[in-house]
Design a protein around this ligand. Structure first.
Ligand code: ATP
Length: 306
């Protein structure tokens, strides 16, 4: 099977500074893939290479099998990019901006305008079609930015921080929309500073730090393998001879702290063992790990820290 995006031993130097130190990534078709990393990790450089904005130093990148350098016309035609920086002419109306964008990809004006209107409707901006870009709020501009990436109906979308500066309500609406179009078949590569966003949306994430991919996998597997979840149970009386040989745990003052990589499954097992031994349970608390904890553990940084 051809991967939607395939990156092999990709290196990028800016002068003597090596921003990418040989990265490898395979993103299957239909995936919702998150590229997470602290500031300066190399995310935008990677995306820039995929979309022809940054030159490769060595290695290669392919989109649907097309080399992004040698077959750039084909590779660029099948990708829509929503860059981090908002980039439109403030004096264009929304429908003109999107129609013109379609023109860049060879769409006829009528076809492009119809697609522009369809997208504006999907993004809840239909009533603003004749409004100039500069009259929009920041959240509206973000939505137009994504719509602009989608006018030529590319099978692959690259979204660099798509919800930056967007309020929580709109962010959740955008998540719903992105999840929907991914379900309908679009492959999405997303970079984000909101780890919760990646955890919610992505079927696969890669963590990049200082120009290297330091781990990748499904959010669930990363949390299981790297995170530290805990089940805390307060019992009435812990029998002296009682043991839970399957788990690592401590008991202090009738308070059990059990380490687990799968709290949802283990909690049932543990409670049934306690019930069998007639240990009265007074309180149960789960401390579930998350992708943020994984990220901090692996990079030693919070994602918004440089
Ligand atoms: P952020 O989350 O802050 O957007 P990023 O992961 O997207 O960061 P990049 O923008 O790819 O990171 O930058 C990677 C490194 O390369 C940084 O140290 C940055 O300063 C450097 N860099 C990026 N573009 C250039 C350039 N044109 N010239 C020199 N150095 C650059």
């Amino acid at each position: 099977m051809v991967n939607a995006i395939s990156i092999t031993d990709l290196k990028k130097k800016y002068g003597s500074f090596e921003a990418l130190k040989g990265i490898n990534l395979d993103i299957p078709e239909g995936s919702f893939f998150g590229l997470l990393g602290p500031n300066g990790a190399g995310k935008t450089t990677t995306i820039g290479i995929l979309t022809g904005l940054v030159n490769i130093t060595s290695g290669s990148a392919r989109i649907m099998g097309y080399d992004v350098v040698k077959e750039y016309k084909k590779s660029r035609a099948i990708v829509g990019i929503s860059p981090q920086e908002l980039n439109f002419d403030p004096f264009f109306t929304l429908d003109d901006l999107l129609t013109l964008q379609g023109g860049y990809y060879g769409m006829k004006p009528k076809e492009a305008r119809a697609k522009a209107m369809e997208l504006l409707k999907q993004f809840g901006l239909e009533s603003k079609s004749k409004v100039k870009m500069r009259q929009l709020s920041g959240g509206m501009k973000r939505r137009v930015q994504i719509a602009k990436a989608m006018v030529h109906d590319p099978p692959i979308l690259i979204l660099d921080e798509p919800t930056a500066g967007v309020d929580i309500e709109l962010r959740h609406l955008m998540w719903e929309y992105l999840a929907k179009i991914n379900k309908e078949g679009k492959t999405i590569l997303l970079t984000t500073h909101y780890i919760e966003e990646a955890e919610n949306l992505c079927d696969h994430v890669a963590i990049i730090d200082q120009g290297r991919i330091i781990t990748e996998g499904t959010p669930k597997a990363l949390i299981r393998d790297v995170g530290e979840s805990m089940i805390c149970i307060r019992v009435n009386d812990w029998p002296e001879k009682m043991e839970l040989p399957q788990w690592q745990y401590t008991v202090v003052d009738n308070q059990l702290h059990i380490q687990t990589s799968d709290p949802d499954t283990d909690i049932g097992h543990i409670l049934s063992i306690l019930a069998k031994e007639n240990v009265a349970v007074l309180e149960v608390k789960l401390k579930k790990s998350n992708l943020e904890e994984v990220f901090i553990k692996l990079t030693g940084k919070r994602i918004d820290e440089s």
